[in-house]
Design a protein around this ligand. Structure first.
Ligand code: NDP
Ligand code: 2IT
Length: 447
């Protein structure tokens, strides 16, 4: 078995040199799924995992745009259409200077398993550009989005590929992208999710990833007779996922003591309450400021420039910023400080060494493909509402999100429970995600 895993990883490395994030994501899945395949004969034919690790299609394109002073800039755009076995490609767009083929392939690969776990009919994809929205005016962002959509519109469609937001792509960008798609195609369809309420967006979609992450953490804690009430929670990031993870933690009685951005973290031992969180939301979403500004208003807090929050003593940690933001040493610090539950809001925020340490320590650890799946699940609900030309109330969407997160947790327990009763959520999520996609691929022949 070890040899089969190693041979597969060697093949992936050979085929994808210089793609460390993609190799990391495939390696994690392979380590969980290959032993399962060896015990289940029906999955041993037709090179299922090898086909899953090869995108169905990759599109790269030039995105030229003009800034407010008239200067021309050239960015690189991408869309990875990874797997359409169980539904049209579905996944976000990331605008960040770090974006490259490796990062988008890792995200698209994760998305295939995540979307499968949601129980909804969505294949996996991801896209984006190495564009940095920071410091750009609204008009510059608009012109960039329009140029990006000129190319993207050739390959997407409401039954083909439905993008959404991710890092650097929120309501503003989705609005500009949607407006230009509609102009180019003369067609008003659910081509993107995360749309504004007035033009087809779903209630609760902005909140969904963070809320779902907390619902998942609640489910994990329940297996040990615990809940979030009164627990100290360390959160990284201060964007969409971090903000709504914090909001839900407060609603269920937890105490949020840190948030961060790429500059550093703020630590407020008295707790970031509703009013302070509203300040952060306004700072980040409207004023597009830096988290360091928090301490100018709240003197109870300290700012730690260039640092990450994992050395702060807590009961629960929610990494909600970006990939590989929590390493092995930081995992050791969390565990030795008494942390009992880590639920990934971001995609692959914990390094393999960190994940190994959490599992070895037998504490509760949820991989993002399970715990952050509430975002894309609610995107799926937005698609359903668009197809019906109807919209559900916030309560209806939230209760569907809640039961989807419960179902994902159940699936992880079904496939991840070890003989000693410990639930390995990494194993559970990867196998449960794999099974549905594999069954569909087997049924559809060699494509
Ligand atoms: P946002 O752009 O809203 O926020 C991103 C946050 O992470 C910001 O605080 C940002 O800080 C910080 N961040 C970004 N890059 C880095 C970095 N290299 N180092 C340190 N901090 C960084 O994005 P989202 O909240 O939407 O996404 C956060 C994570 O959640 C990503 O991993 C994304 O893939 C994942 N995710 C998002 C979903 C969604 O529905 N939006 C769904 C599922 C997963 P700064 O402002 O300084 O850049
Ligand atoms: O990583 C993710 O799941 C997302 N960025 C959300 C994707 C979506 O289509 O809503």
């Amino acid at each position: 078995m070890e040899k089969n895993i190693q041979d597969f990883i060697d093949l992936i490395k050979k085929k994808n040199p210089n793609e460390p994030e993609f190799i990391q994501a495939v390696e994690e899945v392979a380590e969980a799924v290959i032993p399962f395949i060896e015990e289940n004969k029906q999955y041993q034919s037709d090179k299922l995992l090898e086909r899953m690790a090869e995108p169905e299609r990759v599109t790269m394109f030039r995105v030229p745009w003009t800034d407010d002073s008239g200067e021309v800039h050239v960015n690189r755009g991408y869309r990875i259409q990874m797997n359409s076995a169980i539904g049209p490609y579905k996944g976000g767009l990331r605008f960040h200077p770090s974006v490259n083929l490796s990062i988008l392939k890792f995200l698209a690969f994760e998305q295939v398993f995540k979307n499968s776990l949601t129980t909804l009919p969505m294949g996996g994809g991801k896209g984006g550009a190495d564009f940095n929205p920071k410091g750009k005016t609204d008009r510059e962002v608009m012109r960039f989005c329009q140029s990006f959509m000129v190319e993207l519109q050739r390959i997407i469609g409401s039954d083909t590929d439905i993008p959404a937001g991710d890092i650097g792509v929120g309501g503003r960008e989705i609005g500009y992208l949607f407006g230009y798609y509609k102009k180019l195609r003369n067609e008003f369809t659910g081509i993107l999710t995360g749309k504004g309420r007035s033009y087809g967006g779903s209630l609760i979609r902005p909140e969904a990833t963070g809320y779902g992450n907390v619902y998942f953490a609640q489910n994990m804690l329940k297996t040990r007779g615990q809940d979030i009430k009164g627990k100290k929670v360390v959160i990284s990031g201060s964007g969409n996922v971090a903000q709504f993870s914090a909001e839900k933690i407060l609603q269920v009685g937890g105490i949020v003591i840190t948030m961060s951005d790429s500059g550093g973290y703020i630590h407020d031992e008295q707790g970031i309450d509703e009013a302070k969180l509203a300040f952060i939301m306004d700072l980040k979403n409207n004023r597009r400021g830096r988290i360091s500004e928090y301490v100018d208003t709240y003197s109870s807090a300290t700012y730690h420039e260039g640092e990450r929050p994992w050395s702060v003593k807590c009961d629960i940690a929610l990494p909600c910023a970006t990939q590989n933001e929590l390493d092995g040493d930081e995992a050791k610090a969390l565990v030795s400080n008494g942390c009992i539950c880590i639920s990934e809001g971001a995609n692959m925020p914990c390094t393999p060494e960190a994940v190994e340490h959490f599992i070895h320590s037998k504490i509760l650890f949820a991989p993002g493909k399970a715990s952050n799946a509430g975002g894309v699940a609610t995107s799926g609900l937005e698609m359903s509402q668009n197809s019906m030309r109807y919209s559900w109330t916030a309560e209806e969407v939230d209760s569907k999100l809640y039961s989807i997160m419960n179902d994902i947790h159940e699936a992880c327990v079904t496939y991840g429970k070890d003989s000693d009763g410990f639930v390995d959520y990494v194993k559970g999520a990867n196998i449960a995600g794999f099974v549905k996609v594999a069954d569909a691929m087997l049924a559809q022949g060699i494509v």
